[in-house]
Each structure stands twice: as C-alpha cells, then as structure tokens.
Design a protein around this ligand. Structure first.
Ligand code: ZN
Length: 445
C-alpha cells in the first residue's frame, strides 16, 4: 500500500550530494512531490521521523545475474530481489548468462512480463549480443537499455574472441543504435597464462595470474578501437585494473561515447587477500588485481571520473565454490551488501561517501537512461532507503536473503546497512526482512 508520507529530520542525499533540506514528501502514486526544510505534515499524511538518519534514493545495481529463467536453483528473482532490498537496491540491470540467452525480442518481452509478481525490485534485463540476436537488433532498444557482449570467455555463454566477429557484432549494434555493455578480457592472453601457470604447483590457482592485468587492458583497448571505428556506444563493465579504467576515461575525453564501471570487490580487495580467502570465495572474472589498481580505482570513483559501480552479483552454491580451483565457478553474491560495501569503499578512500553513493544511484541511472530512478527529485519514483550511517554490524552470511546463503565478506564489519526500503512509495523491506508481496515492475516492455 502506498500512503502520502512525510519523511522528516533526515540527511537527504539526492544522488549527487547531501542536501540542506531535511524533509521529503511522497504522494499516493508513489512519487516524490516535495523536498524542503522543516515541512509540516498535512492532514491524512503518514509521518516517518528519520532522527538524523540517511534518506537515500533506492540504489541502482546495473549488473547482477539472477539466473532466471533456467538456473533458479542458484538464485532466481524471488531470492535475488530479496537480496537486493537487503543491500538497499530497488532497481537491477540483469544479465542472463545461462540459457536461454536474451537473443530475441520474444525472449526479452517474455522475461519482462513473467517476472511481474516475482521480483521485489524494478528490473531491466539486458539483451544478449550473440549471433542469433543480430537480425533482432533494430528496435531492440524498446525492450532493453543495452545488449551484453562477452569478450573473452567467462561463463561459456556466448563469448567472442576473434576480431572479425567482434567488429561485425559491434557494427550491427551501432547500426541499430543500441549500446553494448561488455565483459573485456582477452582470450589469447589468458590462454598464454594457462600455458605458463596451469601446471605450476604453486601458482596454478592464482586467479590473478591466470586472468592477468594485460588480458583486460588489451581487450578494452581493442573494444574501444572497434567501437570508435563503427561508431558504437560502449560501456565496459566491472573494470578491475587502473590501466583499463584510464583507457575508458581517455576515450571519453576524446569525445567517444565510451563509459565504464567497476565493482565493489575491485575497490575493497587485493589479489593476495582474494587468494588467501578459502573456498574460491573471491574467484571472479575479471580477477581481483593489485594495490595500485585498487587505489587507482578508488581515486577514480572518488573524483567522479568513474561514476558507475555495479556488483556483478553472481551466486553459486558454496559446495560448487569449494571444489578444487580449476573446477570452481567464478562469481559470488554481493548485491545483498551493496550500500554498506560502497560506504566501506569511501571509508577506505578516506573521503565523504557522496561520489561512492552517486556511483550506485544517479550515476547508473543516467548511464542507462532511467530518469525516474536513482535520485531524490520532484517527480522521481519514491524509491527510498533509510540507513543509520553510524550503525556497524558484522556480516553474518547465514542471515542474508540470497539463495546461496554465503558471502565472501563473511566476518567483515560494515556500516550503513539499510533499515527500511521503499519501492515507489511502498514499504518493501524493514526489520531485516522483506515486506508484503513482490511489487517489482519492468522498466521496459
Ligand atoms: Zn557479470
């Protein structure tokens, strides 16, 4: 249920900065209608006293894998979206990387409609840029914000590793006017690393050596070159190296429609620590890199040069992660902790959190054309998060709502866990659990 509500006495973050105003009013239609200082309640209006806590726009995670349809045993939207709310996320950009890929308008529209009544957050699946999708690209922008391309194999789901194919696919997307979001790692460089380290008893399980810095840098360089040649809008997902992030930023400075994002683990963790953490918990593609990469990426997010962060939430059962290195799948859950992780990254950079909050609110909303999301503004959706910035808690994985019930951040002390979350004016998360029926709506039809 949605009631006209006055939130008052809080620290309001509008998607760019904390405001002087401490009150926000929403209407029965689930929109923000007024922001101001010391607003007084109107007759019939509910009042939520914020008592100095943060009031943030619902977070936008532009990169999750919920594995529905096809692999619900690993997550599914019912669990995945509950986890999202736990992390303060009310909108997800979701990538299908298990069959059936989103390689046709029919697949996309079916998925968009089937998730009504299942998802607890608003959702926008990306299309899949694979061979069968090429004839479907003209007009596909009515059904998704972008199409996903794997450069370098990550999951076995439709990767491309030869330059001619990449050029043909990028050309087709450019002609259709649809943005490409890409996973960039060079297969040939990774194959050389496999040959070098694959049988080394000490180093074979060093994921940072098997998927090295150069693999990402080379792939990003190639992708930008081809994007420039064919006139493509390109977004490089989950950048793990400082060098690749700088390539993206330099391309944008040259006026190209090239953007990028990183992920919380590249801001918080380094290769040694990732390697030490057992059970392959931090095994992820791209691999987690080094101190200079982490510091460089933190600085780029803090300065606003890299204004988007997405989790790459990719759950697997812990028993699968716990296999020997070579057989363990890559990826881990993290949408369920997104707000506290971003605050931790800001703390690590020793800066106030605005730029880090921007990177999971207005930053991704602007990147993917979501004008009503990721901001506190009159007319925007009343997607809201209340969090006590000072309240600390140790991550206890058994309490997380995601299906896999584990976290690589187990035991880490974090702050600013969401206390209450509203989706278009309805209270959907409180007292550490989801509230009511799933109300998530598709952002495309
Ligand atoms: Zn991913």
């Amino acid at each position: 249920m949605t009631f006209p509500t006055l939130f008052r006495g809080g620290q309001l973050f509008d998607g760019d900065r904390f405001l002087e105003a401490d009150c926000l009013r929403t209407d029965a239609g689930g929109k923000i209608v007024e922001i101001g200082a010391t607003l007084e309640p109107k007759p019939g209006e509910e009042v939520v006293e914020l008592e100095g806590k943060w009031l943030l726009p619902g977070l936008v995670d532009c990169h999750v894998h919920f594995r529905e349809p096809g692999l619900e045993r690993k997550e599914g939207y019912a669990f995945g979206s509950a986890g999202a709310l736990h992390g303060g996320v009310t909108t997800v950009g979701e990538i299908q990387n298990n069959p059936p890929l989103m390689d046709s308008v029919a697949e996309l529209t079916q998925k968009l409609s089937k998730l009504r009544g299942v998802s607890r957050v608003d959702y926008m699946p990306y299309g899949s840029l694979v061979e069968p999708a090429l004839p479907e690209l003209p007009g596909i922008d009515r059904h998704c914000a972008a199409v996903k391309c794997f450069l370098g194999c990550s999951t076995g789901a439709g990767g491309v590793d030869d330059a001619a194919t990449m050029r043909r696919w990028f050309q087709a997307a450019a002609e259709a006017g649809i943005k490409v979001v890409a996973h960039c790692e060079d297969n040939h460089i990774m194959a050389s690393a496999d040959a070098k380290y694959g049988n080394d008893p000490e180093l074979a399980s060093r994921h940072d050596l098997r998927r090295p810095v150069e693999a990402e840098v080379q792939s990003v360089q190639d992708a930008i070159a081809v994007a420039e040649e064919v006139g493509l809008a390109l977004h490089v997902f989950h950048i793990s190296t400082y060098a690749a992030a700088r390539l993206v930023i330099e391309a944008a400075k040259r006026g190209l429609p090239v953007t990028g994002s990183t992920a919380p683990h590249y801001l918080l963790i380094e290769a040694e620590e990732a390697h030490r953490r057992g059970q392959n918990r931090f095994k992820v593609n791209p691999s987690i890199k080094y101190a200079e990469d982490r510091a460089g990426l933190l600085q780029l997010v803090a300065s606003g040069a890299l204004p988007v962060v997405g989790t790459d939430h990719a759950p697997h059962p812990l028993e699968e992660k716990n296999r020997p290195y070579a057989k363990a799948p890559s990826g881990f859950p993290s949408v369920d902790l997104l707000l506290p992780l971003m605050v931790a990254a800001a703390d690590m950079a020793e800066v106030s959190p605005e730029a880090f909050l921007h990177a999971v609110t207005k930053g991704p909303a602007e990147e993917f054309g979501l004008g009503k999301k990721g901001r506190l503004a009159v007319g925007a959706d009343a997607d809201l998060v209340i969090a006590d910035a000072q309240a600390k808690r140790v991550v206890e994985e058994s309490t997380l709502p995601s299906r896999s019930k584990w976290s690589p951040y187990q035991g880490r002390e974090l702050r600013a866990f969401p206390e209450r979350v509203y989706l278009r004016g309805s209270l959907v998360f409180a007292d550490s659990r989801v509230q009511g029926e799933p109300l998530g709506e598709p952002l495309f039809a």
